[in-house]
Design a protein around this ligand. Structure first.
Ligand code: NAD
Length: 418
């Protein structure tokens, strides 16, 4: 990925454009373009065979203007400082869009977790948390899961941090297992939140009061923690998900895929590829399918200037963080494709993380219905604020969401005396 298209330069451009559009002084761009704090940690861990491997990890805290940093921990061989910084910027804007009292953070380790045993991963996670423990904390920076990490790693992280502090501190990390202070619905939160956004989008942009009236066709890239619960909700509501992919490739079925069966198949076979009665497609083909809504829900930078002109969907709803490069974004905007961006559509995850943190601090836990109601209401509110701004200014979806979030961040900076 060249520097021009790196997620970090894309994130900076987003801030620059929004600050300009808001008519704010350049100093706010200068304050927000880089993380407040960024660290690299290198740490040795003993492997099962007695050898020692040294791992490299990062943690970025972008802005604390609206509250402590909040953001996931990613395990991936391609994790790098630029990516982590960009993801922390998007977290700040996202928390502001969904209007929760957090700034943005993100972390990661350069690792292919499939190459390590569970006991090795446990040691790696606990050592990473120990190395960043001075930086994180319930009022400073609260990690959560991201690509290739889940409640398991969060449970280990909670344990490591609590041991350092000498007391149980569930509020330091979210996305934990229920047994140790996780919130009901956290696992489904991003997907369910995206579904509420999808419903709002259908009513706002397609004029559909009832989802099933539209005969909407969806192509979904990714079938992981974020994508699957979303696909499940679409399936339950009779929306046709005609294509799904994962890292190994994709499947297409014009009549719509049976999502629960596909999930079972993917669990048993390690991929959606070759699911019965489907046509095999590549990830590249999936992005260019003739569908109504394209939902990238896997990784960043998949819609680029090379394929943006070939996207046939009229609507894009981003569940992945940063799936569209800035150059591609301009092409989509000029082609009149309607964009419901990541910082709005996938904010259900950080929202229920916030609810988990609140419950941890209260040591009092909410029922699933209550979490779901609060998730739905807050997603609906954010969507309606996004819609109002987009309509009143006649602007592109991504620009509207950026303005909504960045205005709130600048207002917080102002209130703090900047
Ligand atoms: P995950 O690891 O559970 O799933 C990732 C999915 O993407 C898998 O199906 C994987 O096979 C697929 N994938 C990986 N590399 C791919 C490639 N090169 N091409 C096509 N598919 C590929 O991760 P997740 O938690 O579902 O996260 C997916 C995206 O959603 C990420 O961008 C993440 O930052 C974003 N997100 C996740 C959450 C959450 O709560 N999980 C919240 C907000 C945003």
């Amino acid at each position: 990925m060249d520097e021009k298209n790196s997620p970090y330069s894309n994130a900076k451009k987003q801030i620059e454009r929004a600050v300009k559009k808001l008519g704010k002084e350049k100093k706010y761009y200068n304050i927000l373009k880089d993380p407040e704090r960024f660290i690299e940690v290198n740490f040795p861990v003993e492997m099962d065979d007695g050898s020692t491997k040294v791992f490299k990890g990062f943690r970025s805290q972008h802005s604390k203007a609206r509250g402590p940093s909040k953001g996931g921990i990613r395990y991936h061989p391609k994790v790098n400082p630029e990516e982590v910084k960009a993801l922390s910027i998007w977290m700040t804007i996202k928390a502001a869009v969904i209007d929760i009292p957090y700034g943005g953070g993100k972390g990661g380790i350069i690792i292919d977790p499939s190459k390590f045993s569970e006991s090795e991963l446990k040691k790696i996670t606990k050592t990473y948390i120990e190395k960043i423990s001075e930086l994180i904390g319930p009022d400073k920076d609260i990690p959560a899961p991201d690509i290739n990490t889940s409640s398991r790693e969060m449970g280990w992280g909670f344990d490591a941090y609590s041991k350092i502090k000498g007391k149980n501190m569930p509020e330091v990390i979210t996305g934990k297992p229920l047994e140790i202070g996780g919130s009901k619905l956290r696992n489904e939160a991003t997907g369910f939140g995206a579904f509420y956004t999808f419903k709002n989008m259908a009513s706002d942009l397609m004029g559909l009061e009832k989802l099933e009236e539209g005969n909407i066709k969806v192509a979904l890239q990714g079938f992981g923690n974020a994508a699957y619960p979303f696909a499940q909700k679409l399936f339950e509501n009779d929306i046709k998900v005609v294509a799904v992919s994962d890292v190994k490739g994709g499947v297409l079925k014009e009549e719509g895929l049976d999502i629960p069966e596909l999930k079972k198949y993917a669990e048993e076979n390690g991929s959606v590829v070759n699911f019965s009665n489907t046509e095999k497609i590549s990830n590249k083909e999936l992005l260019e399918l003739d569908v109504d809504v394209l939902v990238p829900a896997a990784i960043e930078n998949v819609i680029t200037k090379e394929n943006a002109g070939k996207v046939k969907a009229n609507y894009i709803m981003e569940i992945a963080n940063g799936p569209t490069t800035s150059e591609a974004d301009e092409i989509l905007r000029d082609r009149g494709i309607k964009m419901v961006p990541d910082i709005l559509a996938n904010s259900g995850g950080v929202l229920v993380s916030y609810y988990e943190w609140v419950q941890n601090r209260q040591r009092f836990y909410w029922k699933k219905d209550k979490v779901n109601r609060r998730l739905r209401d807050k997603m609906n509110k954010a969507y309606s604020e996004f819609k109002d701004l987009r309509e009143s200014k006649g602007i592109y979806g991504r620009t509207a969401a950026d303005l909504l979030g960045i205005k709130r961040i600048i207002n917080a900076l102002k209130a703090r005396g900047y």
